[in-house]
Ligand binder design. Structure first.
Ligand code: MOS
Length: 696
């Protein structure tokens, strides 16, 4: 085991250190960064889903007073490289080809954002239209198996003989579940400010990882990474969509090269986000469960069909959750893709686990009904002793305790399992449960430094980012404990590539990676300078080894409970209560952690009832590309949502004993709501979102 640091600041519900600045408007987000004499950008987007630009006429746009220039594939600076692989998403204004509707095909540079936007409308484009295809189905004959799925997981797995086990099983549940195309909608849309001068490129960016943006963009612009600086002190949410640079970053970098050193500002509009910053693929999932009459699983099949874009392959790892969740001796998982003329999909909170656990956990509820078993008990009966996928013991799997504790707090024992049996004042009432899980992900290659300042405070620097999760606060708490000083004696510096290499705020692994590096730096500092340093003393460190990481399977777990009321006449669904009970290792800051859990559970509620991007097959675009029509949960939808966690630490994980908390809250939440809707109404909805038309 790794020696954990002693918790003095960790575990305290410290208020956000950046809270005051945010409330009084002194926390600069990307677009608000003060730069001298900026110009403003507005992209021109393709209105066909596939084809070629025959002609592009920018004369009217350029003659508009205040327009500096209009860049298109005909006159934009050339990028470096061959535009292959993942770079194809970033390969903007380099060719006349159109790969999806909404693709950037030009950008106006103007004195104001209003002029830029007006001018973008004046650009005339003639296209050669090619047939396009954006319709996903499970019976397409061009489905293919990718080499790997997201995060390096195997595409397919086979253990035992699933077909025989299903044929022999006394109880079988075998259905198709669907989740729609979904979009991250952080409060702050993507934005970037780019400055190109003799020193290279500086970008103030709304990103989950300043170093990632630098690493991806530097080679495209033919720059040494040392000549690209990316700055992001405050970010208004990302959920995965800001986990890598997208086309707008490149557009800004290209434009900044032609303005004679004047900075350019680009704010992606909410509507443009639905074309250019990634989305969650729709999924079509078959779950087949075979079980003994006592509910013990004998077979588990999880086969997934999803889409990717034609230019960049992104394969959501939807079925991986079924490889480790339950003790079924025979298991099969599959991922198949259709490459369509759609925008490039990308990470959305708990990629894989979120849609995959919806299908698996609704299927488990169906199995409980089929076996006449309580769904909490069914899950406990199928708890594995070791990780079914790797054979390794879990570093901590207190799933049953989460289920039992949640059941106790939720008043589960008095539950009558009969569906559609509780009509009160015109509303059908029901409760549902689902399991939740998310892997502990440890990103490597992080570094941090510790400096002793003349004011007697320790400055701690690392190129991490706070995307609203609480990094400023929680990482300061870790640094204080690592240095064994009060938090007041620590001054954290993050959000800048001038600070050491740090992982993206993603995979629920930001704080684990950064915190470990900070602990390494603190240990190096104390070793070198002891407890009485002098001003200017500085040491750099990296994460200590976690030798146990190889021998244990590390996941966080949880149990999600939901209470729903469904109007018996209209089918309107309300969710008066949600409760999540989690086991995540140590919680560094209960205040910001609770906010993460509750936020993710709310996102799960939103996934259950509201979120659905509708592609129009005729034109290939998302029709409901704004918050008026792409519905997400609002305050009125969110009632009593609460999250608690078991008291623990996981010393095998890292020196803080944490496993990560950012994503697990969404996993299983939609299934809990769907299962509660079934309990309330007797109607089993297997395709999200659960809208009234699907009920009666
Ligand atoms: Mo999260 S989808 O790994 O940023």
């Amino acid at each position: 085991m790794t020696e954990t640091i002693r918790a003095r600041a960790m575990g305290r519900p410290l208020e956000r250190l950046d809270g005051r600045d945010k409330v009084v408007g002194q926390a600069p987000y990307a677009y608000e960064q003060q730069v001298t004499d900026p110009l403003y950008l507005h992209p021109v987007q393709a209105v066909i889903a596939r084809g070629r630009i025959n002609a592009i006429d920018t004369a009217d746009a350029e003659s508009l007073p205040g327009v500096v220039t209009v860049l298109t594939h005909l006159n934009a600076p050339r990028l470096t490289g061959d535009g292959d692989g993942d770079d194809r998403e970033l390969w903007v204004l380099q060719s006349d080809e159109v790969h999806f509707r909404g693709q950037f095909i030009g950008v106006v540079v103007a004195e104001t954002s209003e002029i830029a936007r007006h001018a973008a409308d004046l650009v005339r484009v003639e296209y050669e239209r090619w047939p396009h295809d954006v319709e996903l189905s499970a019976d397409r004959d061009d489905l293919y198996a990718p080499d790997k799925v997201n995060a390096g997981h195997d595409t397919d797995t086979d253990v035992g003989d699933v077909a025989a086990a299903l044929a022999d099983a006394p109880v079988v549940v075998d259905h198709t579940y669907r989740t729609p195309m979904e979009y991250n909608n952080p409060m702050e849309p993507h934005a970037t400010v780019a400055v190109w001068d003799a020193g290279g490129l500086t970008m103030y960016d709304s990103t989950q990882g300043v170093h990632v943006v630098r690493q991806r963009l530097a080679p495209l612009f033919g720059l040494d990474p040392g000549h690209v600086r990316v700055v992001a002190p405050h970010v208004g949410g990302g959920f995965g969509s800001k986990g890598a640079p997208h086309a707008h970053n490149v557009l800004a970098g290209l434009a900044a090269q032609v303005t004679g050193g004047r900075p350019v500002k680009l704010a992606v509009t909410r509507q443009q986000m639905f074309s250019v910053v990634g989305h969650r693929t729709p999924t079509i999932q078959r779950i087949g469960l075979g079980a003994e009459t006592d509910g013990r699983l004998t077979a588990l099949v999880h086969e997934v069909v999803e889409h990717t874009s034609r230019i960049v392959e992104y394969a959501e790892q939807t079925a991986v959750v079924s490889r480790m969740m339950y003790a079924a001796p025979n298991r099969r998982t599959r991922h198949r893709l259709a490459a369509l003329d759609v925008p490039v999909p990308f990470w959305m909170r708990a990629p894989g686990e979120a849609p995959g656990a919806f299908a698996l956990e609704v299927a488990m509820d169906e199995l409980a009904v089929a076996c006449g078993l309580d769904p909490v008990e069914l899950r406990i009966r199928n708890e594995p002793d070791v990780d079914p996928e790797s054979g390794r013991p879990f570093s901590g799997r207190r799933m049953s305790e989460c289920l039992r504790e949640g059941a106790r707090r939720f008043g589960w024992e008095s539950r009558d399992p009969t569906p559609a049996a509780r009509l009160r004042d015109g509303w059908l009432e029901g409760t549902g449960v689902a399991a939740s899980v998310y892997p502990r992900i440890m990103q490597t290659g992080n570094r941090a430094w510790v400096r002793y300042g003349p004011d007697g405070r320790y400055e701690v620097g690392i190129g991490a980012v706070d995307i609203g999760t609480g990094t400023w606060t929680a990482l300061t708490q870790i640094a204080a404990d690592a240095l064994e000083v009060p938090v007041e004696e620590v001054r954290l510096r993050i959000g800048d590539t001038d600070l050491p290499e740090a992982a993206v705020a993603g995979g629920s692994g930001g704080l684990s990676a950064w915190g470990s590096a900070v602990v390494g730096a603190a240990r190096a500092f104390r070793e070198k300078f002891g407890r009485h340093p002098s001003a200017g003393d500085e040491a750099t460190g990296t994460a200590p080894e976690s030798p146990a990481a190889e021998d244990f399977s590390m996941y966080s777990f949880g149990a999600q409970f939901a209470h729903v009321r469904v109007h018996a006449d209209t089918g309107e669904i309300r969710v008066p209560r949600m409760l999540g009970v989690f086991t995540v290792g140590r919680v560094v800051n209960p205040r910001t952690a609770r906010s993460q859990f509750v936020g993710a559970m709310t996102m799960g509620l939103s996934m259950a009832l509201h979120e659905e991007a509708v592609l129009d097959p005729r034109f290939g675009h998302v029709v409901n590309h704004d918050l008026a029509t792409y519905h997400i949960a609002t305050h009125a939808d969110v009632q009593d949502v609460d999250a608690i966690w078991l008291d623990e630490e996981d010393p095998r994980s890292n020196p803080m004993g944490i496993r990560g908390i950012g994503e697990i809250g969404i996993v299983g939440a939609a299934a809990a709501v769907a299962n509660a809707v079934h309990h309330a109404t007797g109607v089993r909805v297997r395709d999200l979102p659960i809208t009234p038309d699907k009920l009666f």
